[in-house]
Design a protein around this ligand. Structure first.
Ligand code: SAM
Length: 315
């Protein structure tokens, strides 16, 4: 029963992320015509939270663009713990989609996502359907190059089945995305997952956004920074530092890895864009934003030569 309660609390973190994104989009931080189709309304969020989400979304997009360029239209993106993420539709809109796009989350979340997709013609119409066929179940959806599947990332055999159903090609260039997800998966399950992915996908890039610098000077985990809705943060030990974030990949057989705090990611974004969003809302204490950004990071890892040594440098 405790585990089920934890899982429910973990699934609720998707509401939090989606609401924050919707609010920042509504204020004009970035453009996403689709998020409001998944989330109806949101309460006000503080300016530093909105800027933090801006850096998160733009930081991930930076690596998505690099991946798409390097994989030359032949790659696949696999979003682990995708929640209500709208990346598939944002890429379709720019005409820059990968060959295949797979989203995984708990079945309770994918069922809700399926429901929203079915309800909005705009979302359905953008699913690429060469043969006109879209297959739905309560929790899963399969179109020509978009697959939404319900599974628990802690169960590798089931994950393997679901990836096969999603027509994943293990030898194609593959990008894994885990945006605020691994922290909710316990260390041994994350380890098995990363090891398994490393063994199956020889030509791949893993991009993870998550908490970092989570211990104070007394070695205590700073839970107050996590906005965690009180759920179990099973993977928090790996969030201690950029080094522990990277070590998690190397000990699980990924060939190389890099990591940056969101302070670095924010500072690497184009000056014009930063200047624009810094005029959307007043932020009296710039220090508040820096403190927040110091506690999140992007860690990347790669297998094979194609995605070796990718960095946050623009272009
Ligand atoms: N990645 C999305 C984003 O950034 O908008 C959602 C982030 S939300 C904080 C974390 C997501 O991870 C939730 O949707 C949750 O259900 C999913 N998740 C956590 N543990 C999972 C597991 N063991 N299996 C599948 N999904 C999981």
């Amino acid at each position: 029963i405790k585990d089920m309660a934890d899982d429910e609390a973990i699934q609720a973190t998707n509401d939090d992320a989606s609401e924050c994104k919707r609010y920042a989009v509504q204020l004009g931080y970035w453009c996403d015509p689709f998020i409001s189709l998944f989330v109806k309304q949101t309460a006000r969020k503080a300016p530093e939270i909105n800027r933090g989400y801006y850096a998160r979304v733009k930081g991930i997009e930076l690596f998505v663009e690099k991946f798409l360029k390097l994989s030359g239209g032949k790659g696949q993106i696999i979003n682990l713990g995708a929640g209500f993420d709208t990346l598939y539709w944002r890429l379709r809109e720019t005409g820059n989609s990968p060959a295949n796009f797979v989203e995984l989350d708990f079945p309770s979340i994918t069922a809700k996502k399926c429901y929203h997709i079915k309800k909005h013609k705009q979302l359905i119409d953008m699913l690429n359907t060469e043969d006109g066929e879209i297959r739905f179940s309560t929790t899963d959806l399969h179109a020509a190059n978009y697959h939404l599947v319900g599974t628990d990332l802690r169960h590798i055999a089931e994950l393997n089945n679901k990836l096969a159903q999603a027509e994943v090609n293990f030898n194609s260039p593959t990008m894994f995305l885990a945006e605020c997800v691994l922290v909710y998966v316990d260390a041994s399950a994350t380890s098995s997952l990363l090891k398994w992915l490393a063994s199956k996908f020889p030509n791949s890039l893993f991009v993870s956004y998550e908490q970092v610098n989570m211990k104070d000077k007394f070695g205590q985990v700073m839970l107050s920074n996590l906005r965690s809705r009180g759920c179990l943060l099973a993977g928090v030990e790996d969030c201690e530092s950029l080094e522990t974030q990277q070590r998690r990949f190397t000990i699980n057989n990924w060939e190389g890895t890099s990591a940056w705090t969101m302070v670095d990611v924010y500072d690497s974004l184009p000056v014009m864009d930063r200047s624009r969003i810094e005029h959307i809302e007043m932020l009296d204490e710039r220090e508040l934003l820096t403190q927040l950004l110091q506690h999140y990071c992007i860690a990347v890892a790669w297998n094979g030569q194609t995605f070796k040594n990718l960095s946050i440098a623009q272009g």
